[in-house]
Design a protein around this ligand. Sequence first.
Ligand code: ZN
Length: 478
Amino acid sequence: MREDHFDRRTVLAATTALGAAALMPSLASAQGTAPAAGSALPARGEFVVRGAHVLTMDPNLGDLVTGDVHVRDGAIVAVGVSLAAPGAEAIDGKGMICLPGFVDTHWHHWTTLLRPVMQADDPKRTYFPVTFALGLHYTPEDSYRSVRLGLAQALAAGVTTTHNWAHNVRSPAHADAEVRAMRDGGLRGRFAYGPALGMANDKPMDLADIARLKKEIGNDPMLTLGICSRNVDGNTGGTRGAIDAAMARKEWSAARELGLPITLHTSGTGAIKLLNEAGLLGLDLQLVHPLNTDAADWEALAKHGVHYSISPLGEAGRSGEMQFPEIMQAGVKVSISIDNVTAERCDPFACMHMLQTINRHRTGGKFKLTTKKLVQMATIDGAEDLGFADRTGSLTPGKRADLILVRAGDPHVSPHMGDIGDPYDALVQLAQPSDVDTVVVDGRILRRKGAFTALDYGKLLADAAQSVAALKQKANWS
Ligand SMILES: [Zn+2]
């Protein structure tokens, strides 16, 4: 195994022309089989956000207490004070924090529509049994609808980039449906092509179809492809399957030959040791859930440049300590993920706050985790994990315009009229998704004044309800 075949910083920069998005033909319309849902994406225009508290998350640019962000044709043109932007639509940012959209690094969007079937206090109706029982019956249309719904909820919470961790790809048509949903949803993201729920552990994923999809996606600035692997630690496979080192080598080698990054859940013990001994760790690997790891694991991960994604809301309820202080101290980069919105809230603000709280609880503040670092983890660090840092994650002129405006004037945020105090503290400790006023992805204004600009969310809900009813019937669930 070579470790130099995938470098998050250079590969994507070399293969992607910034600004090509506007010229990219839509495969969704070319394929023409997507069920109608919502409306077309709004056009990219020219606008300038004026008078916001701008957090660029770019160390060279810093923050502006009162600043402007000028956007044209999907790109950030300039960030500064009192920018001249003749002809640009003005968006009033007064009383708001303007920052890059949140970057989620692990989210099972296919499960979103199952939320109404969940029952937290009934063991038969919690996340794993529900998603497994109904997941076996998904049609491509169910996958499409679920991903669309999840992406809409992501936007409403200020997430502009997501890692769609699709571990129920039941056929090539299901993969196509999820990809189409991502394109129609308008977010930036990676589609992590996974196995089908319930498939035999000694059977490999559909490697030929992954190669087909890789070719089809090509160099798209909005969408990239990776794979999500079944668990390798044996004792945590559960309903999601578990493979041995030989199968991991087979599947991962195929992915690596295509230049595709890999992601893997590791909530049990032993996975990292096994991967290290098998020579499978690498820069192209993202692990999820840093629980039950040890010092030898951290050293191996740091040495091989492996990233970790932490899902604070779900992990706080799992067995084992959340070990981000240890792994970050060892030099492993950590980003933040939503995981699912069937059993957890769709809330990047709560994710950051939970990490701050757990860190204080576990280390008494000995491990320094500032509110600014937490916002970095939720933006630029996530972009780096997914290989998107050349185009998103900071408000840097030349990058694509993925940004949000967070209202800081509501009673739960603002201590004094017009004074938001420390903006990072406000985002981590006080703000919530309902404060997200405006959401822009690749220069398209997808949310404005807390509402979708073009999407028919009611239709997504109605479609989802139809799918859930059919799935329950097929699975014989009341
Ligand atoms: Zn997960």
